[in-house]
Design a protein around this ligand. Structure first.
Ligand code: NAD
Length: 456
């Protein structure tokens, strides 16, 4: 469909006010949930074709989170969408003051490929809950998923309310010329800048969900087995192609050797004998990313793994040691199953490592020491953290999910998603039967005195 026309139709539909009605929003969310549930098999098949991903992994990392979000939105929407009374200041008394959440209007959501259902639909759910019209542009790197999403949504929703547009850079560029009221982008920091520049042209509100190098600090008191298991799980899930995956480890020198051995053990256990049929471990998304990852592996620094299967597009889970900040693996977000492990002497050294890079999307710390937790929380800037596990903060929708500066702008999930797609309109209602002369001419001495008393 012609993009100008599609956006115009969505803007016209928004102007009718239909999306503002709560029953409409709730009905659309229910319909979306039903469609996904009825077509789960098709969703699993599409992603398996795109990068050989297991149903189980897709369910726990995408569909379960989507269903939970829809449930939360439907349950909480009536409360969140209500105008909220706030106190009135002295200068406006007598009067009432309140904040009305209102939808921005037409929203554009640009998704990426690593969790292609979740990263397109979670923002869409928030946008619909807040009363917007929605266009999704899924990633072209998962073409079957993009097709299935377009089939499901475009055949079941009116295009003037909710539509999927498929395509690559040209299509996004065309979309970004339009005057949307909200743009929500997930992807790399470099493309995030392009999106933000385009949004600036229309002063469109923008949310950016980007990436970065998410560190894990392991302290000397961390219990070895569970720490290694939780790090290995977070790193290897989706073959390391996770925005919040542990990128590199900073390990207290007393635990360094034992942790390396425990990680090796955990990697081997998770992987089993047949990597090509592993339920946690899909393929590297394409040849370009495989080549990029290959370049990051320096054979003399490999402690474990390092085997590349070009035909199957598999990089065997790899642990690297003795890495320097100038090594290729420490110069970019890894986004694959390669884990550099660095020995540190103390917390100051850990902070110095982390501060060499822009603020990460996530931060992980393994310790029982409350003082240390407080120290890192107040010293390091990051999007979100899990203490004593990896990744898990992402699935708690009572917590805002997003980055800071290079790792993102704004956040979503649960109420935070509703807020992200809403403008908060403030209203001061005043009475007509009382009009103190304080603000009118002539300005006399008693008015000056009273102003000081009432206004501050
Ligand atoms: P990307 O930035 O290349 O692509 C994302 C989207 O941008 C796609 O839909 C693509 O079509 C579009 N795009 C590509 N080039 C464009 C251009 N020149 N102009 C306009 N749009 C363009 O994504 P990627 O690099 O493959 O994704 C990986 C990155 O995404 C990693 O950095 C990862 O950390 C990050 N990520 C972040 C989150 C999060 O929630 N914060 C989630 C997943 C991935």
């Amino acid at each position: 469909m012609n993009i100008d026309l599609l956006v115009k139709k969505q803007q016209d539909f928004f102007a009718t006010g239909q999306t503002r009605a709560l029953p409409f929003r709730i009905a659309q969310l229910r319909k979306l949930e039903q469609l996904l549930r009825q077509n789960e098999a098709q969703l699993y098949e599409a992603i398996d074709q795109d990068f050989k991903r297991s149903d189980y992994l897709t369910y726990i990392t995408e569909l379960s989170i989507i269903y939970h979000e829809i449930k939360t939105m439907i349950a909480k929407l009536p409360r969140w969408a209500k105008p909220k009374r706030v106190p009135t200041n002295l200068a406006n008394m007598p009067g009432t003051s309140y904040i009305i959440p209102e939808p921005y209007g037409s929203a554009l959501i640009i998704g990426t490929w690593n969790y292609p259902y979740q990263l397109s639909l979670m923002p869409a759910i928030a946008a619909i809950a807040a009363g917007n019209t929605v266009i999704i542009k899924p990633s072209e790197l998962t073409p079957r998923v993009a097709t299935v999403l377009a089939d499901l949504i475009n055949n079941n929703f009116e295009s003037d309310f909710f539509h999927v547009v498929n395509g690559g850079v040209e299509t996004v560029t065309e979309l970004l010329k339009q005057r949307f009221n909200k743009i929500f982008f997930t992807g790399s920091t470099a493309i995030g800048k392009i999106v933000m520049r385009a949004a600036a042209e229309h002063l469109t509100s923008v949310t950016l969900e980007l990436g970065g190098k998410s560190p894990v600090v392991v302290w000397k008191d961390a219990p070895l087995e569970i720490t290694a298991r939780r790090i290995a799980w977070g790193k290897l899930m989706n073959a390391g192609q996770t925005c919040v995956a542990p990128d590199y480890l900073l390990v207290h020198h007393e635990l360094y050797e034992p942790l390396l051995a425990a990680l090796k053990q955990e990697f081997a256990t998770i992987l089993g004998d047949d990597l090509s049929n592993n339920e946690l471990f899909p393929r590297i998304i394409n040849q370009r990313h495989l080549e990029r990852l290959k370049r990051l592996i320096e054979p003399e620094k490999v402690y474990y793994g390092g085997v590349v299967d070009e035909v199957e597009r598999i990089i065997s889970p790899t642990i690297m040691v003795d890495v320097a900040a100038t090594d290729p693996v420490m110069q970019e977000e890894i986004f694959g199953p390669i884990l550099p492990v660095i020995k540190i002497e103390n917390e100051t050294e850990a902070v110095a490592w982390i501060r060499q890079y822009p603020q990460p999307l996530s931060f992980y710390l393994f310790t029982k020491d409350k003082r240390l937790i407080k120290y890192f929380n107040s010293t390091i800037s990051y999007g979100g953290a899990t203490i004593n596990d990896t990744i898990m903060h992402l699935c708690n929708n009572n917590l805002p999910f997003g980055g800071v500066q290079d790792s993102g702008l704004g956040n979503y999930h649960g109420k935070f998603g509703f807020d992200t797609f809403s403008h908060f309109k403030s209203v001061q209602e005043k009475v007509l039967w009382f009009d103190p002369p304080l603000k009118y001419l002539p300005i006399t001495d008693w008015k000056r005195k009273l102003a000081r008393l009432l206004m501050e």
